[in-house]
Design a protein around this ligand. Sequence first.
Ligand SMILES: C[S@@+](CC[C@H](N)C(=O)[O-])C[C@H]1O[C@@H](n2cnc3c(N)ncnc32)[C@H](O)[C@@H]1O
Length: 300
Amino acid sequence: MSAAETKQKKWTLLELLNWTAEYLAKKGFEDARLNVERLLGYTLGLSRIQLYTNFDRPLLPDEISAFKALLQRRLTHEPLQYILGETEFYSLAFKISTDVLIPRPETEVLVEHIVETCTHSFAKEEEIFILDVGTGSGCIAVALAKNVANAVVTAIDCSPGALSVAQGNASAHDVEIKFHELDALKPWPMEFLNTFDLLVSNPPYISYSEYQTLQPEIRLFEPKTSLLGGNDGLEFYRKFSNICSTLLKPQGFVFFEIGERQAVSVRNIFADAGFSGFQVYDDLNGRNRVVKMQWSRSKE
Ligand SMILES: C[S@@+](CC[C@H](N)C(=O)[O-])C[C@H]1O[C@@H](n2cnc3c(N)ncnc32)[C@H](O)[C@@H]1O
């Protein structure tokens, strides 16, 4: 079909869906049909099921223009989640913007193991003081506050934009989380010292060389401060390793998300800083993505 014919054509929902899905697929986009369904559903205010039951519905010119504007954004490789302004994490809806990293499935694995530790290593009536370092959208902090009844959650980030997104998500899910704008690698205020039973972080851990190879969706749109961990990706862990123990109570737990080849290096960095009891967990693809450890050195 020529460009002029495409413009003049009176489209039904199914015709536009099929045509655009084929167009996106030819341009090399993965999950082309799913992308188009989400964008069209968003434009028309229809769920996926409603789309399927309205295949014959003719589309108005305004609806087509609005859909085209979203499609143009996707064609620049802007991630679907930023266009829709939301995503799902741990079965909860999260608002997101380009100020925050899009929550990932491997981070759900991190949350799952923390929930398990909270259930098995603490008494039900005991308050568990949890610190989320680099909270971004607040996905980890909110998921923990929702799923660990006795959790008292504090979350920090150095990005004011991220904190405002995280605060919005905490309010939307009706959980109380104390948020602070702080640089985790600078000296922490006294009130945080020796305070936490469990510290979690999904820090920036991508090396410069790996960053260059990432898909445009990530490189062009996601915040660099969320991703880049220096020359070898380990800079945050290295700098944070000695600070980390000052925030914990004795025997406090630490959970980190890591890059798939970083388990040994992260273990060595934190063993040098006095941590022990290392455990490594895999994501659903069998890759090492989560480390758990404990602060074991007694404090003078
Ligand atoms: C990989 S993102 C993780 C976001 C979110 N926790 C998640 O799992 O989706 C890392 C976050 O750490 C924050 N960050 C990076 N360096 C930091 C620092 N030195 N101090 C505090 N936050 C930092 C970034 O702003 C970003 O929000």
